[in-house]
Design a protein around this ligand. Structure first.
Ligand code: COA
Length: 166
């Protein structure tokens, strides 16, 4: 399996992987593939990683710029998706490990909104002052690379607003 940057011809395979994976999430808005397309159209994908196996896209991870409170320079990971038939093979972990490695090089910290049961293993954790609207605080997580404590509202690209309309 290979983790690599997205190339032009991946866009429709990425849509399929994201759509199929998100069907399993009860809280999914169904808009996640649209969010990726919108981020791409706005040139806002700071990371767009695919997991390729046997020539097929089996996993995907996006990251985009974010701000927490007054502090810019956060890399927001999401969505992360693995083809349901390939879950539990370490594909999601490989994508996240590569994303953390890349974000460490260019960002102060990484953040995401997701299940702490999964993302805790990569060092992500909730912080008392970190929030995102009415999302339960334990799902809003950060991995500060410099040991700082994120404080305030997580401000992300407007593409994520597509979720509210679905
Ligand atoms: C979450 C997801 C990306 C993980 O991908 P994956 O390739 O199956 O993950 P890995 O193989 O690296 O890790 C599997 C491990 O994570 C665990 N895991 C997966 N989702 C989990 C969750 N929501 N909470 C706790 N543990 C979880 C599995 O039980 C497994 O545990 P084990 O290592 O003890 O056996 C994938 O399950 C997926 O696409 N899910 C639907 C979309 C989604 O939830 N995206 C994340 C939010 S944007």
């Amino acid at each position: 399996m290979l983790i690599r940057d997205e190339i032009d011809r991946d866009a429709s395979a990425i849509r399929s992987v994201v759509t199929e994976a998100m069907k399993l999430l009860p809280q999914s808005s169904g808009a996640e593939a649209d969010i990726v397309d919108r981020l791409r159209a706005d040139n806002a994908l700071s990371l767009s990683l695919v997991a390729e196996d046997g020539g097929e896209v089996v996993g995907y991870l996006a990251a985009s710029d974010a701000q927490i409170g007054d502090v810019t320079g956060w890399g927001l990971i999401g969505p992360v998706a693995v083809l349901p038939s390939r879950h539990g093979e370490g594909i999601g972990s490989a994508l996240i490990a590569e994303a953390i490695l890349r974000l460490r090089a260019g960002y102060k910290e990484a953040a995401l909104v997701g299940d702490p049961g999964y993302y805790g293993r990569f060092g992500f954790t909730a912080f008392p002052g970190l929030r995102l609207g009415d999302v339960p605080a334990r799902f809003v997580q950060a991995l500060p690379f410099d040991g700082s404590e994120p404080q305030g509202e997580l401000i992300h690209h407007p593409a994520f607003g597509l979720e509210q309309k679905a």
